[in-house]
Design a protein around this ligand. Structure first.
Ligand SMILES: Nc1ncnc2c1ncn2[C@@H]1O[C@H](COP(=O)(O)OP(=O)(O)O)[C@@H](O)[C@H]1O
Ligand SMILES: [Mg+2]
Length: 208
C-alpha cells in the first residue's frame, strides 16, 4: 500500500514501507505541455542526476536521504523517508532565535556543497526538511551540478535570496542574514566573491 505523502513541482511522492522501514518513492510525472521526447529525456536525466547527487552531497557532509532503488522506466527513486517538516513551514511560527539557528545550518549545508564544487540548483526552503530532532536534510537534487564555478554558486545564492523574498517576505532579512553567516562559516574568504556575484546577477536580471 502506498499513500501520497507530498506533491512536488515535478513529482509525486508516495509513502511506502519495505523491510519494515518507512520509505518514499519520488516519481517524476509527465508534463503534458512538453514534447514527449523532451519530457522523457528531462525526466530520465533528472532522475539519474538526483540519484548521483544525493550520494555525492552526503559524502560532502550534507544530510540527504539514502537511495535504495531507481526505476528508469517509471522515472522513480525509492529513498529513506525523512520524518519532519519543510523549513518553509517552520518559518511561519518559529521564534527568531530558533529560525536563525535553522537558517544558519541551511547556509552551512549550502557552504559544504559549494566548497565541494556542487550547486543545488533549486535551493528553496521547500527543499529542506527539518526532522523531529531538529536536524536539517536537503532534498531535490534533480537540478544539481558538479564542477561549479563562482557564477553557478552566485546563481544558487541568488535563488536562495529570491526564494526568501517571495516565500518569507516578513522574515527574509533575518533568514538571509543567518543563512549567509552559516554559508561563510564554511566558505570563509570565498564568501565575498560569491556574494558580490549574487548581487551582480540580480542587477543583470533588472535591466534585461
Ligand atoms: N526523502 C523524503 N522524505 C520526506 N519527505 C520528502 C522526501 N523527499 C521529498 N519529500 C517531500 O516532498 C516534497 C517534494 O519533493 P521534491 O524532491 O522537492 O520534489 P520536486 O522535485 O517535485 O520539487 C519535498 O518538498 C518534501 O517536503
Ligand atoms: Mg522540491
Amino acid at each position: 500500500m502506498s499513500e501520497i505523502w507530498a506533491l512536488g513541482a515535478e513529482s509525486v511522492i508516495t509513502r511506502t514501507e519495505r523491510w519494515g522501514r518507512p520509505l518514499i518513492v519520488k516519481t517524476r510525472v509527465k508534463k503534458p505541455y512538453l514534447h514527449p521526447e523532451i519530457d522523457e529525456a528531462l525526466r530520465r536525466q533528472r532522475t539519474a542526476r538526483e540519484c548521483r547527487m544525493l550520494s555525492f552531497a552526503r559524502r560532502l557532509g550534507v544530510p540527504t536521504p539514502a537511495v535504495y532503488a531507481v526505476d528508469r522506466s517509471t522515472y522513480s527513486i525509492t529513498m529513506d523517508l525523512i520524518d519532519g517538516k519543510q523549513l518553509k513551514e517552520f518559518a511561519n511560527d518559529m521564534p527568531d532565535s530558533r529560525l536563525e539557528t535553522m537558517c544558519f545550518e541551511f547556509g552551512r549545508l549550502l557552504g559544504l556543497l559549494h566548497r565541494g564544487k556542487v550547486v543545488h540548483g533549486d535551493p528553496t526552503t521547500s527543499n529542506v526538511i527539518v526532522d523531529n530532532r531538529g536536524k536539517l536534510w536537503i532534498v531535490d537534487f534533480g537540478l544539481a551540478e558538479w564542477n561549479a564555478t563562482i557564477e553557478m554558486m552566485g546563481v544558487d545564492l541568488h535563488l536562495v535570496r529570491r526564494a526568501l523574498e517571495t516565500t518569507h517576505w516578513d522574515r527574509q532579512t533575518l533568514m538571509l542574514k543567518a543563512t549567509i553567516e552559516g554559508y561563510s562559516s564554511i566558505m570563509g574568504n570565498e564568501t565575498e566573491e560569491v556574494l558580490s556575484r549574487m548581487d551582480e546577477i540580480r542587477e543583470r536580471g533588472r535591466y534585461h
